[in-house]
Unconditional design. Sequence first.
Length: 189
Amino acid sequence: MFTYSPPSPAPSASLVPLLLLVAAIGITLRFEVLDDMKLGKIVKQAGFRSGIGIAQEAVSVRWHAGLGNYTVGQRTGLRIATGTPLYVIGLDRANNRVVVGTDEELLKSHLLVREINWVRPARVGDSFEARVKIRNKHFPAAARVEVRADGEADVEFARPQRAITPGQAAVFYDGNEMVGGGWISGVID
């Protein structure tokens, strides 16, 4: 294992190629996440903390400027060159990490929805087929919705959907009629 502690929150431009080479040959790097003191004024005012961007294999490849600057499915602004397009596939808030992976790793089939407003009454334990829209420009996809006792619903898509993102809206449709909707609280692998 190779350990590297950079002198500042962001490695210099001359160090980035070395970090990418080390990541490509599979050496795990550990970075000490330093204080925000040296981050730019705007980043600090926004309340973001610097952290580490990681690939799915847990290889640290670069610093990031705060989780608030990334969303699941994002490709631009990662500043990682691997020969294969990488996307944000998750945000690990507990460890202040941006998790990146391939387009295939963005595909998920199962999610939880919270704070649901039902247009058509639904009872705990009800299960029904619906078309579910998971963001503004998403075409509604076939899914099974099961109403839970805790005010949430389990949604299982017939086919995996790309970039299901906690915090986005999920809306349930029966044909052209809206049945209900709420907020995506999590993705189940």
